[in-house]
Unconditional design. Sequence first.
Length: 244
Amino acid sequence: MKGWLMYVLGLGRELLAEDEAMQGWVLGRGISERLMDEMVLGKWPRIKGEYDPAPNEEFRERYGTHGQALVGSLVIPLWSPRGSLLGVHVRGYREKKLTRHMLPESKWNPVFFGLTRSAMERIWAGGAVWLGEGDFDMGALDQATPKTDVALGCLTAKLSYPQVAFCRRFVRGGVNMAFDNDEAGHRGMHDWTDDAGKRVWGGLSKLAHVGVECRAVSYRGGKDPGEIWENTGTEGLKRALRIM
């Protein structure tokens, strides 16, 4: 399945490069041209009879033999720290219709939006990591944070065990958590108690427990970094995050 998806990504990258309207939409949501290229973003192609059907039965049942249900959508590859494909996140063009197909390796690897080769180089060099939730939040953070730092998206409002292990192993510059300004984002960062009275650890406690320096980033002016960037631009997001 990985080889099949890599073929689709190759076609999709070419299609996105030819679609100025879709490129403009992506740029307008916060993902820079540089990041589009580094992440290998693409547009899901209409594959006819020139290539075999997807070799994964679950994929074929959900999206069609060649991904017909995804045609025209934005494709965001998800890469491992070593640069191996872990899966694809697919977003409807101009609509919040999200879906994802993950490869088996994703079960034991950390999965982030924005984990590119250059991001790993900056992490190895000691840059801080800024964590948001979604793809466009990550793109906005990437534009507002220092160029020596790295912005990553966690896909959801919580840190998984592989993500925590990744930070423990690689991150030396500390972690800044800028999850959404809602209950899910707050619980993703801070400890809370469930209905049964059980304490649930937030991301800050998980990271501190394994010795990673971390802090919660509070901000005003929007429900998430992506919304603030759309409304006020890069300088506005810097002010909201108190990055001078």
